[in-house]
Structures are given as C-alpha cells and as structure tokens.
Design a binder for this molecule. Sequence first.
Ligand code: FAD
Ligand code: UDP
Length: 371
Amino acid sequence: MKLLVVGAGLFGATVARERACKGDKVDVIEKRDHLAGNAYTEEIEGIQVHRYGAHIFHTSNKAVWKYVNQFAEFNRFTNEVIANYQGEIYNLPFNMNTFNKMWGVITPAEAASKIAEQRLAMSGKQPQNLEEQAISLVGTDIYNKLIKAYTAKQWGRDPKDLPAFIIRRLPVRLTFDNNYFDDLYQGIPIGGYTQIVEKMLDQPNITVQLNTDFLQNKAEYLKRYDQIVYTGMIDEFFDYQLGTLEYRSLRFETELLNMANFQGNAVVNYTDAETPFTRIIEHKHFEFGKSNPGKTVITREYPVNWSRGDEPYYPVNNSENNHLFKKYREFASINMPQVAFGGRLGLYRYYNMDQVLAAALQFLDGDFFAS
Ligand code: FAD
Ligand code: UDP
C-alpha cells in the first residue's frame, strides 16, 4: 500500500512513521524547507530557537508522553509566564501570586471573596462569550488588566465576539502555583523539536521531499496515490469553493542580542493595548540559560490579520467557522474519500502538540480508508 502524507508536522510524521513501521511505503511531501511544522526549532549561537513561537510540550496523556519520549529526552522546564501590564509585573496563570499583587489579598478565602464580589454582574448567568467567561472566572480587575487588551490583540476582535472556551485554556488557582499548565507531564526536548520529526521519518520505507507543495500538482498526486493524509488547510485544498475559513496569523521578529539575559524568563506577555506585540520569548530560558553566556535570542510575536496566502497559525473556532468546517468535512467524505484530513489545519482545531499526537494515534487505530 502506498500512502502520501502531505505536511511534515507532528500529525503527518506520526502517521507516516506508524504506517511505515507496519510495512507500508510512505511518501511525505512538505512545502516548507524544513521538517516539524510549527514545532520547528533551529540552533542559533548554541541556543534552540523556536521559529514559530514558544512551544512547550505538556500533557496528561500517559500514552502520548511515552510515545514522544521515544524520540527525545525532555528537560524539566515548567512554563511560568510573567505578564507585564504598563510596567506592572504579574504572575500567570491566575493564582494567589496574581491576586496578591492585584488586590493585596493574603489568603485563598480573601481572594475568593474578592473574585465573588467582582463577578456579581455575572451571577446566575451562563457565560456566552470570552469576556463574560473571564469575568465570571477572575473578576473585572484581572479581566481589564491581564485579559481584555491581550485577547483583543491576539484575536483582532473584541472578547465579546470570541468563544468562551479560549480563556478556559488557562487555569485559575487559589494556590501559589505559577505553573501555566495543569498537566501531569511537561518539558522541552533537549536538542529541540526538529530531531523528533527527523527520527520519526528516518525509516527505510519513507521518502521525504521538502519544498514541495501538494497543491501545485494536486491532480497528479490524486491520480498517483489511492491514500492521502492531508495536514494543510481543508478549505484551501478545495480551492475555497464552499467559503473561506478564518485564521489568525502572526509575525515573528527575532533578534540576536549581545547580552547574557534580556528578560529573565522564557515568556513575558504584554497585556496592555499600547504595546503592539503580545509576548516576547527568550529562547535560552527554555534550556535554563546553560547555552551561550554572551548572547541571547529573543522573539517578539505580533498577531496579524490573515488573508489567503498568509501562514494560518490559529483556526478561529467560532460557530460560523465551525459550521463551515463541518460542511467541508461532509463534502470531503463524499467527493474525496481517498483523502483523510488531519492535524491542526486539516481538522480546524486549536490543538496543542499532545492533542495532535493523540489525534494521529487515534486516526491510526481507526481504519479511515476502509470506511
Ligand atoms: P503543522 O505543524 O502546521 O504542520 C503542517 C505542515 O503541513 C506544515 O509544515 C505545512 O507547511 C505543511 N503543509 C500545509 N499545506 C501543504 C501543502 N499544500 N503541501 C505541502 N505541505 C503542506 N502546542 C503545544 O503543545 N504547546 C505550545 O506551547 C504551543 N505553542 C504554540 C505557539 C504558537 C505561536 C502556535 C502557532 C502553535 C503552538 N502550539 C503549541 C500548537 C502546535 O504548533 C501544533 O499543535 C502542532 O504543531 C500542529 O501540528 P500539525 O502537524 O497538525 O500542523
Ligand atoms: N490570555 C490573556 N492574557 C494572557 C494570556 C492569555 O488574556 O496574558 C488569553 C487570550 O485570550 C489567549 C487565551 O488566554 O488567546 C489562551 O492563552 P494561551 O496562552 O493558551 O494561548 P496560545 O499559547 O495558544 O497563544
């Protein structure tokens, strides 16, 4: 059986590897000039640089953690994000350190009562959007200083027009715990993410072609392969014939600086409206600053509107887009049964890396092409 995998990100690489291990011949094509999709890391001055923004691996899925650890050793990095609001520094996610700095409260009971006071307007109401959800979780002060402008910059729209689930990604805790994630396992692969995909694809029955865009030769590929796994945008695949899904794009501005330590933390979020970027990451802190003592690499992340041809970093999962995506899925299953869509773009879901790996392993368990 000959399979074509389009896209050498984590979804495509997992499917390619597992099918190759079962004896299938797999061809992988990737339109970029490197492997690993958005998780790609490259070494600059001895520092592993996350080219497409901070990538922290975290999961509570033991099978996924075991799976990914076959390909790399992970360090003990814990993401502890700092928020800078007009020069005031707060800890994220929202926890007792944040509440203490914001209100001077000392005990969990004091923090809980402050939040309860600030969410009175929401009492008894089911949150309908991100703003209502945020206020009902942490109250108005935190919403106004740490969420409102950051979210508006990130998504290019008012938080009232965004789905509530986005803010539920962040934990709210009445403990002094600055860990951004609640997951059981967390870390950064020592030596970066790219090696993971390199190792996955290093199989005698896998071929890999970079700088190769499926859509440039779509008809030819469809003729040549009877099974295709496609991890690019589903709407682009169909030439947007049912409509255009919305995405959010980013511009990354990376700088090599002649100093040991720029900001003292891997991730600093800028939560005010005036700063045009959302965050600065300082890559060496993912590796505990053990690398180059005289240099550091930082990246500023600017959210930008997406239009056709731009990099689609985030799906915008509101109900209209989700509805359109469903139409594409139905259309695909009828008109393109030999193509399975997967990954963050193919499934149009705001997936983390562990969820992408889990989805790929689940995809391999079900016999998609037999149905
Ligand atoms: P991708 O990595 O996007 O791979 C798809 C590949 O397909 C790409 O390389 C693309 O070039 C290729 N492709 C597309 N169309 C074609 C075509 N027509 N022909 C050939 N090739 C094509 N996850 C976490 O777990 N932790 C984090 O901290 C985290 N931080 C993130 C920060 C940012 C800024 C972003 C954008 C994402 C972050 N993620 C994080 C999510 C993570 O990047 C994704 O979950 C994961 O990379 C998705 O893998 P994928 O294989 O589905 O897609
Ligand atoms: N968020 C915020 N302020 C912050 C960090 C996050 O308001 O300082 C909100 C914002 O709406 C963001 C969401 O929380 O889109 C999820 O944050 P996360 O860090 O998970 O976003 P990602 O890493 O996916 O960009």
